[in-house]
Design a protein around this ligand. Sequence first.
Ligand SMILES: [Zn+2]
Length: 535
Amino acid sequence: MIMRRLLAGVAVPLTLVLAAGPATHARQPARYDILIAGGTLIDGTGRPGVVTDVAIKSGKIAAIGRIPRSQAEQVIEASGLVVSPGFIDVHTHADGLVERPAAANFVRMGVTTVVAGNCGGSALDVAAALSALRENPGAVNFATLIGHNTVRSAVMGSENRAARAGEMARMKSLVWKAMADGAVGFSTGLQYVPGTYAQAPEIVDLARVAANAGGLYASHMRNEGTELEQAIAETIRVGEATGARVEISHLKVDSPNRWGASAKALALIDAARAKGIDVRADQYAYTAASSSLSIRFPSWALEGGRAKIAERLNTPETWEKIKKEMAALLAERGLRDLSFAIVALYRPDSSLNGLSMQQIALRKKGSDSADAQFEAAREMQLEGGAQMVYHFMSDDDVDRIMRHPQVSIASDSGVLAFGDGVPHPRGYGDNARVLGTYVRARHVIPLEEAIRKMTSLPAGHFKFANRGTVKVGYAADLVVFDPKTVADTATFEAPHGYATGIPYVLVNGVIAVKNGTQTDARPGQVIANSVLEKR
Ligand SMILES: [Zn+2]
């Protein structure tokens, strides 16, 4: 829309000059498309804000400073508001952007760039995924990783063993092709099937393929609680062995009896960085996680596909063994039952959405004992499993991780359909929650630092040139928000609520949110790995 108007703005005045009589003065075409006037510019570098104007031309930031309003075709009055780079969310599951191009949950909280393909799950055909978005763009910019689980499933199904030489070669070639097609790195999800069956050498060999193509290694680690330090060490070793930049995904401490271990985790990151390994992390600003119900089962019980899983769950002796291991896995972490687990989305029976496993056990089994909860979990797993929200982190760990200068803010969310299911509220609120709760209400980090963690920090680590800072020549991805009111409204009980206090969002110089309402614009671009093209 804007582009069309822009072209008209150039062509029409000339026609007017020719057609009009001498009494009419031809209006000069505006020097800038949009002027954001009088806001406090927080440029993403961490520097303090300054009151100034930002001018945009042809999708780029064209000027910063005192700029006359008359020089712009359109003026956004930003006095009293903060103007910052658009937020870059490097840990998402926004693989469905082409189906839901508005990406309203992201755009409305100020996100202008998403990285999909995380936790080991991505499109297998990256070329097709990117070309679909080039043809039908979304409202936000899009990059993707190539997922280990995706590649391993394609070559080995859900086999619980090491890859054979031929399989390894096929997996390497799939990763190489994805990188050549524009993936920006390689991701693992080592708590999920089948990634969990892979040992370190397989991961190192595949990450090296991505690293050689300029890609980063992002990992949902093997463990985030009881063996957090070992898992971080395994992740760092991949960077050490391959030279890849490393992103530890959704860094957290997910076991009550390990609360406080974030100090050790962050010290390991610092020590690795001191040795020259470029490891960083991201986090979401909540004390509850979102994952599958299956993650509560021992991984051997999930081998070999649905029929085999059903056979195990339906064989009384095997099920007894599984149940014992489930209880032991919880006990190890300081949990006695599944009362910390809330159903987000259970397709066969949506009336269970929003209930805890304790409530479900009471309803279906007439008892809320741990055993009844496991029985309910078994039935749900047999029906295809569920998406869950797990309440098992501490505020102290979340705060400590947020204060670390190498940790960026990322939602871990997909592109949500408004009103569908009971997803984790982070998908609507993460960035706004950091600005409203962690910055304004609780003073965990200063505003400039929060913005840096959402912009230049992730842009630098993912090597997104010309984004993440408000700088002349950079892409005009911008957010205009009210620091006094910006807030998340999404809660665990009622997650479908947009962030508030964010009146304007611009993506590539096009207004995607205007007066707090999303426009029809779909100006998102594909951000593709360009290292291979440059060779
Ligand atoms: Zn994950």
